[in-house]
Design a protein. Structure first.
Length: 249
């Protein structure tokens, strides 16, 4: 089988799947006699990624494998193809998710100690329902509180291969202090909400979500540096939606 045919078949499989595919899954689309080695397939993926440089799509490796997606800088414009209403998340939810991602595993009480306010049960329920966090164990304390950690779905949504790809908190904080003109997201008020299109869709080429690993790092840094002092409202986990593209699962 020629290298061109191998690359075309891998490209077609990634486009048709509409999700991340592992190397083993990609190998199954080849006939037994023409099947490349895992090493050769990874080389093909690297060549495909190089082929896409300077174009509107890219090959991205996530925790679940490889996928073809729309580049982030074009996602907002491409998302006009799906004019459904987005999910909107509050600053409190983003800070809670960021703290779990950076300090996992940790308990709800430990999150509250950092943020300075009680965690709304709706926030934890929303994160569990989205599949972004899970119970990974129990702390050896009275009541055996649940330990929370992030999931593979969390990594896939944010386009990460591993938790280690999250930007260091100190680095993000230092950058924002060094140059106030950097295009970093403005901090949200305690009860303000961020518009985040749901990132997983059945569309073959996925638009990258607006929420980034960098914005999550900033949320964690701000939660640790400036804990809130006002109680959270129950309605904050279900803010009013706004018209942005994205289709959830």
């Amino acid at each position: 089988m020629s290298e061109v045919h191998t690359r075309n078949l891998v490209e077609a499989a990634l486009l048709a799947a509409g999700r991340s595919l592992t190397v083993q899954e990609l190998l199954t689309v080849f006939d037994a006699l023409d099947r490349p080695t895992p090493e050769a397939l990874r080389q093909t993926l690297a060549e495909l990624a190089t082929h896409y440089e300077g174009r509107g799509i890219e090959v991205r490796e996530t925790a679940s494998g490889f996928r073809i997606q729309v580049r982030r800088e074009l996602a907002a414009e491409v998302s006009r193809l799906w004019p459904e209403r987005p999910v909107k998340y509050s600053r409190a939810l983003l800070e809670t998710l960021a703290l779990i991602a950076y300090r996992q595993p940790l308990t709800r009480a430990e999150i509250e100690a950092v943020r300075g306010v009680a965690v709304n049960p709706n926030i934890i329920r929303t994160l569990l329902e989205r599949g972004w966090i899970r119970v990974v164990g129990h702390r050896d304390l009275p009541g055996h509180p649940e330990l929370l950690g992030t999931t593979r779905e969390f990594l896939d949504y944010f386009g990460l291969k591993s938790i280690g790809q999250l930007p260091p908190l100190a680095e993000v904080k230092a950058l924002s202090e060094l140059d106030p003109q950097l295009s970093l997201p403005e901090p949200l008020g305690e009860h303000e909400v961020a518009e985040i299109p749901v990132g997983t869709t059945p569309v073959p080429m996925l638009a990258a979500p607006d929420a980034t690993a960098e914005s999550m790092a900033e949320a964690a840094a701000e939660a640790a540096a400036e804990p809130a002092v006002e109680p959270e409202l129950d309605s904050e986990a279900e803010p009013a939606p706004a018209v942005v593209a994205g289709e959830g699962t």
